[in-house]
Design a protein around this ligand. Structure first.
Ligand SMILES: Nc1ncnc2c1ncn2[C@@H]1O[C@H](COP(=O)(O)OP(=O)(O)OP(=O)(O)O)[C@@H](O)[C@H]1O
Ligand SMILES: [Mg+2]
Length: 408
């Protein structure tokens, strides 16, 4: 299971609710959407937030809680109900299951109990053909050097993906100092990534969408901080939770990375399903691609996701052939985008995406093709299998990264 499941809990007992909450917050494949201390309010909470799983603690008032299980099961049949109790009374278990609970978890709970229940739930859903096989396609766009075209590709890829109304698309500007994704979309955002990062534990699905800037294309933008001083407020841990929340919210996420290859960029890459490494066909760029692949390539959870995107092909002044470039890099070129400076500058200056401004241009067709390939069902499934959003793998990657940095 690689996608994030949204969970709401109700437990009138503060101590057990808090310990359940902290356990859930430690599981990366779970996003805690809402926690509630009153049985009376929980039905409304579930109807408003539409979680994948509702966890109902029975012990405060078992009769009231069982009624709630039956009601939630009736009004939200798509939501899986787990109940939690310190009791192992067979009669209580039977009544909870008859009311509609899918899992009966006994206190004291361990993380493994929840993980096992989640796997069983996935198996049941898969059996009914209901599995959410579409994990969030999380596409990071990195660049081999400054000005190589990463933001142009990230923004236009997000807009091309959003053309399909079945998709929900988020765009994150992780170029925290100098990012300009807002310029490409001609928007003046109310909130930035700093607001979301600082409130991430309090945000639910609805509030998150309100904190993002919705562009006419349908893309939701999370922009860089307004002030450069605020950049340091975003820690890798915050970012991990922000991306977790975004993955629980959108079907597709595009992240424009900085060229600094910072710890935050590494977190994003480790949570991605694909990493597009944008380069041009010149010597300094290709040399950087080789260097980047030498460093990132061996990293488990990163290296295997990297795809080389050659931007501005056909730019007159290059003496390097495609074959020579591939031989130098040691990898296939995954995608090519033709050079079209006039169109690209026009779309940026007008703040209108390629798909709307120049739908017939060759560069637009190349972006649309890339979006369809990356956004396609099969691609998502394959990519989701590669994604490893566990904390331990991020920890390992960050450890590897800081060790490398300090030894320089
Ligand atoms: N395929 C293309 N053909 C022609 N020009 C392009 C193409 N892609 C991008 N450009 C132009 O290259 C310039 C840099 O693009 P962009 O800002 O997207 O690069 P970047 O890698 O994000 O830069 P930075 O390192 O500053 O973040 C822009 O003027 C853009 O219009
Ligand atoms: Mg950029």
């Amino acid at each position: 299971m690689t996608h994030v499941l949204r969970v709401a809990i109700v437990d009138p007992k503060d101590s057990s609710r808090e310990s359940l909450k902290s356990m859930l917050l430690g599981i990366d494949t779970i996003w805690l959407d809402a926690d509630c201390s009153r049985y009376e309010f929980f039905q409304d909470v579930v109807q408003q937030t539409h979680p994948d799983i509702a966890i109902i603690a029975l012990d405060a008032k078992p009769e009231k809680a069982l009624e709630l299980v039956a009601r939630i099961n009736e009004v939200c049949p798509e939501c899986s109900i787990f109940v939690v109790s310190g009791s192992t009374d067979g009669n209580l278990i039977l009544r909870a299951m008859r009311a509609g609970a899918k899992e009966f978890l006994t206190q004291p709970l361990k993380t493994n109990d929840i993980a096992d229940a989640l796997s069983r739930m996935e198996e049941r859903r898969a059996g009914k053909g209901k599995t959410r096989s579409r994990g969030t396609a999380t596409i990071c766009v990195a660049g081999a050097t400054g000005g190589v075209g990463s933001t142009s590709i990230a923004v236009n890829l997000a807009c091309a993906l959003a053309k399909n109304p079945d998709r929900t698309v988020g765009l994150v500007d992780l170029d925290l100092c100098l990012g300009d994704a807002d310029v490409f979309l001609d928007t003046i955002p109310d909130y930035t990534i700093v607001d979301v990062a600082q409130n991430v534990t309090r945000l639910d699905f609805t509030l998150l969408k309100r904190s993002l800037t919705k562009h006419a294309s349908g893309v939701y933008l999370l922009p860089r901080p307004v002030s450069m001083q605020d950049v340091s407020l975003i820690t890798p841990e915050d970012l991990q939770r922000v991306i977790g929340l975004l993955k629980a919210t959108f079907s597709h996420l595009v992240i424009d990375l900085s060229k600094g290859y910072t710890q935050n960029d590494m977190v994003a890459m480790s949570m991605a399903t694909s990493i597009l490494l944008v380069t041009q066909m010149d010597l300094p760029c290709l040399r950087n691609v080789v260097r980047l692949l030498a460093t990132l390539g061996p990293m488990e959870g990163v290296g295997e996701k990297i795809r080389i995107v050659l931007n501005r092909t056909g730019l007159g002044d290059t003496q390097i052939s495609l074959k020579k470039a591939q031989d130098t890099i040691g990898r296939e070129i995954y995608w090519q985008l033709p050079n079209d400076y006039r169109t690209m500058v026009e779309v940026r200056n007008n703040g209108v995406p390629l798909v709307d401004q120049s739908p017939k241009a060759a560069v637009t067709q190349a972006i649309v093709g890339l979006a369809e390939t990356l956004g396609g069902e099969q691609e998502q499934e394959d990519a989701a299998k590669q994604a490893d959003p566990t904390k331990s793998s991020i920890g390992k990657i960050l450890g590897f990264w800081s060790k490398g940095k300090s030894s320089k």
